[in-house]
Design a protein. Structure first.
Length: 258
């Protein structure tokens, strides 16, 4: 089996690395202009024929890039959590979705895919079987999921991963100007993540807002209002930190009837 991965961003690079480690012959091509003389469109057209084409590119460019590939007998898959399988037209009768639910980066490539869940969808039962078999190359945690369910999962992932990382950035800004490194928060972060393996998120919630401790909340807000964060424009302002603290404390308090 030969796989062509179109898109050398975070997802595409990790998929290429993962399949290569499993001994699967894989081609990786950029989906953006490579040089002034050679465009992504030309690079894609020059790809050798593959059994499977995986489109690991931004949603807004998906239709245009798919139209570039002429391989009606091959299996065509996108990796999006939001796009429908219908993005593949009638000229690509064998198509579907291969959505690995993980945070990817090119700086830290994933070696062990065995615990990463993969959500798949196909045009028909034969395509689903083929996609399932392909996913098994990397993981055994494979689930069928419609576009509706994948959209919900994607949004849930934004809250659980992207927004929690934003909180880490804010925490780092709050510690600026102190002698306390951000690394001092890591045991707390790790313990919180570990708890939700055995507790429901609501049951794992702690802190002054969960307890209804208004005195501590008021004090925290006073401290935040006086923050003087000396750094570049990447830092959050005291006003922004106060606004987020107030909003989250109110939501936690409401959830716990305070």
């Amino acid at each position: 089996m030969k796989i062509a991965i179109i898109g050398a961003g975070s997802v595409g690079t990790n998929l290429y690395h993962g399949f290569e480690r499993k001994g699967v012959h894989t081609e990786l091509v950029h989906a953006r202009p490579l040089t002034n003389e050679r465009t992504a469109r030309e690079a894609i057209r020059q790809l050798p024929q593959a059994d499977v084409y995986i489109y690991a590119i931004a949603d807004h460019a998906l239709r245009e890039v798919i139209a570039t590939v002429c391989a009606p007998k091959s299996l065509h898959l996108h990796t999006s959590g939001s796009m429908p399988k219908e993005v593949f037209g009638e000229d690509k009768p064998h198509a579907g979705v291969l959505y690995f639910f993980q945070s990817f980066s090119r700086e830290v490539l994933i070696d062990d895919w065995s615990k990463i869940p993969c959500f798949i969808e196909g045009k028909d039962i034969d395509d689903i079987a083929a996609i399932y078999s392909l996913a098994q190359t990397l993981t055994s945690h494979i689930y069928e999921a419609s576009q509706h369910d994948r959209e919900r999962l994607h949004i849930a992932g934004v809250f659980a991963n992207n927004y929690s990382n934003l909180m880490y950035r804010m925490a780092a800004d709050i510690l600026k100007g102190t002698q306390i490194p951000f690394e001092a928060l890591l045991p707390l972060i790790d313990q919180t993540a570990l708890k939700i393996h055995s507790l429901a998120p609501k049951d794992a919630q702690t802190g002054p807002a969960q307890r209804g401790d208004k005195a501590v909340i008021v004090h925290h807000l006073e401290v935040l209002k006086e923050l003087k964060i000396r750094d570049n424009s990447d830092s959050f302002s005291a006003e922004e930190l106060v606004s987020v603290y107030q909003a989250l404390a109110a939501l936690i308090g409401k959830a716990h009837n305070h």
